[in-house]
Design a protein around this ligand. Structure first.
Ligand SMILES: Cc1ncc(COP(=O)(O)O)c(C=O)c1O
Length: 357
């Protein structure tokens, strides 16, 4: 393992050209090069968190620019656009990119950027990335894909035509729920220069120690993700057959509305499962708390299974009206499936759901 370069500054004139950690550090460089290699791209810039990476990208826009956003994005991304970037003149239009009609808006509205997630958080909608990117390219609009739920192991947005692939490395990439990080990958030198500038000019840089932890975590990504995906697919089927479950969303299941697109652009269905439980807010919340192996917590992608109640947790910052329009209701649960024994996870889900009255 490389050492941790736990320093804020560097002696001037050093061979590597480092001067101050806000604008570069060997641990950033090591992690960036690994991330660029798994995304198979030219450039990768690391940040303090996924939210820092989002901020870095949007800092490359200017007042008056319009961002055409997928309507189901991570709650804090929505909050950033609506409560922060809006104050600086960045406009947004929210559209359902699984609807082909949305593509005409790319031509008609002439946005400065398109912002997608696929699979989306928490509904696991799958956007046809190749199709959207083709229309965007014809209109010279850069496309950002938040690839946090899939990671480069399951999906390569840049190969599908995106300009930028963004990842919260806090999640699957690190995998151990002990560090925060974000990364922006691109083949576009113009956007890369903007990211390098944003890292130092806005102070969005990660800590050397977090980069070191993520560099260690990434070594087991294929092993972890392999086990997590197998567990997730099994639990998705189990939930779908449970009488107290309304429906399940898992990208590779036959009943997923965009299953064909998922199979075209992803290597597997991933380790996230979303379901609607036959219960009101209190019953659903209590069911989550009654689980023993799934910890009810924010975040995802770690080796330990987590359960989230989006309406009161990750998506609580979105208004109840908008949440209900999107389908993020009080009975929705989101599982981040870990590496534990499938028997333990399976029994745990059954016991908690069966306790529901
Ligand atoms: C899809 C997605 N993007 C971005 C983020 C933000 O990442 P971070 O918590 O590292 O800032 C999250 C966090 O949950 C996420 O789920």
């Amino acid at each position: 393992m490389p050492p941790i370069f736990q320093t804020s500054t560097f002696a001037q004139g050093n061979q590597e050209g480092f001067d101050y950690t806000r604008s570069g550090n060997p641990n950033f460089r090591i992690l960036s090069s690994i991330l660029a290699s798994i995304e198979d791209c030219q450039y990768s810039t690391v940040f303090a968190s996924g939210v820092s990476a989002i901020t870095a990208i949007v800092s490359g826009l200017k007042s008056g620019d319009l961002v055409l956003c997928e309507e189901n994005l991570y709650g804090c991304t929505v909050r950033l656009f609506e409560q922060v970037f809006k104050k600086f003149g960045i406009k947004t239009e929210w559209v359902d990119f699984t609807d082909r009609e949305s593509l005409s808006l790319v031509t008609n509205l002439k946005p400065s950027m398109i912002w997608l997630e696929s699979p989306t958080n928490p509904l696991l909608k799958i956007i046809d990335l190749k199709e959207v990117c083709k229309v965007a390219q014809n209109n010279k609009v850069p496309v950002v894909v938040d690839n946090t739920f899939a990671t480069a192991l399951l999906q390569r947005p840049l190969e599908l035509g995106a300009t930028i692939s963004l990842t919260s490395t806090t999640k699957f990439i690190n995998g151990h729920s002990d560090a925060l990080g974000g990364a922006v990958c691109t083949n576009d030198s113009f956007w890369h220069e903007r990211m390098v500038f944003a890292q130092k000019a806005l102070g969005l840089q990660p800590s050397p120690f977090d980069c070191w932890l993520i560099t260690r975590g990434i070594k087991t990504l294929p092993l972890r993700l392999g086990q997590q995906v197998t567990n997730a697919a099994t639990l998705a089927d189990q939930l779908a057959n449970h009488p107290k479950v309304n429906w399940v969303r898992y990208p590779f299941r036959n009943d997923h509305p965009q299953k064909d697109v998922a199979q075209k652009q992803m290597n597997s269905g991933g380790a996230m499962v979303t379901a609607s439980i036959k219960g009101n807010l209190e019953q659903t919340y209590r069911m989550c708390k009654n689980l023993r192996y799934f910890t009810m917590a924010e975040s995802l992608g770690g080796i330990e299974s987590l359960i989230c109640h989006p309406a009161t947790m990750t998506h609580a910052s979105i208004s109840p009206e908008v949440r209900s329009q999107l389908g993020i209701d009080n009975s929705l649960i989101r599982l981040s499936v870990g590496c534990e024994s499938i028997d333990d996870l399976s029994e745990d889900l059954d016991q908690a759901i069966n306790q529901m009255k």
